[in-house]
Design a protein around this ligand. Structure first.
Ligand code: GRF
Length: 192
């Protein structure tokens, strides 16, 4: 069995799609949700689906190895960042090298990096007059949004589209592709 941990800080709509996708799967399961925000919607979603959760705080996450120890204790093999806003500490990248993926709501390498998250991304894309945007699923390394790109999907932007409209298009792409891309990744690589 491959155990996934989902790291999320927000509403958790992607987390829910992933949890639902793997429900009943014989070889892959979502074993843990890791969250840094006590009020995040993703915690309710995890509870609804009876997935264990860990609430992390900054100091423990960045200066100690408590998170890595907890992941090991839960026998986590693979980490999915789905709307997780903190940078992943180097120690965690090292402990799970090649086994951490993130989703970014734009076509990297454009519109990525520190501070580029949520509506800021969509506002930047629209202000730049882009005619398309999309999603990027990539490996996580020591630098924000710079790991190898695994998958991208595009949506077109029409004149007059607002950041909110773009956010909806991007979310639809995320929900459609993220679970399947994760499945392909974990099933193609032997874990451990
Ligand atoms: C997604 O758009 C993801 O790309 C970004 O954060 C958002 C999370 O949305 N990094 P949700 O919490 O899964 O609804």
């Amino acid at each position: 069995m491959t155990n996934l941990a989902i790291f999320a800080s927000g509403a958790g709509s992607n987390a829910e799609k992933i949890i639902e996708y793997f429900k009943g799967n014989a070889t892959v399961r979502v074993a843990l949700v890791v969250c840094n925000k006590p009020t995040a919607g993703v915690l309710k979603i995890a509870e609804k689906h009876e997935i264990k959760t860990i609430l992390i705080e900054k100091e423990g996450f960045f200066s100690q190895n408590s998170c890595i120890e907890a992941l090991k204790a839960h026998q986590i093999d693979f980490i999915v960042l789905a709307g997780f806003l903190w940078k992943v500490p180097d120690a965690l990248v090292n402990a799970y090298r090649g086994k951490i993926v993130n989703i970014h709501p734009a076509l990297l390498p454009k519109y990525g990096g520190k501070g580029m998250y949520g509506m800021r991304v969509h506002e930047a894309v629209i202000s730049a007059g882009e005619t398309e945007s999309g999603i990027t699923i990539h490996h996580v390394n020591e630098h924000y949004d710079e790991g190898n790109i695994i998958f991208q999907a595009k949506c077109s932007l029409e004149p007059g589209d607002t950041p909110e409209m773009l956010a909806q298009k991007v979310h639809a792409l995320e929900h459609r592709y993220f679970p399947k891309v994760i499945a392909d990744l974990v099933e193609s690589k032997p874990q451990g």
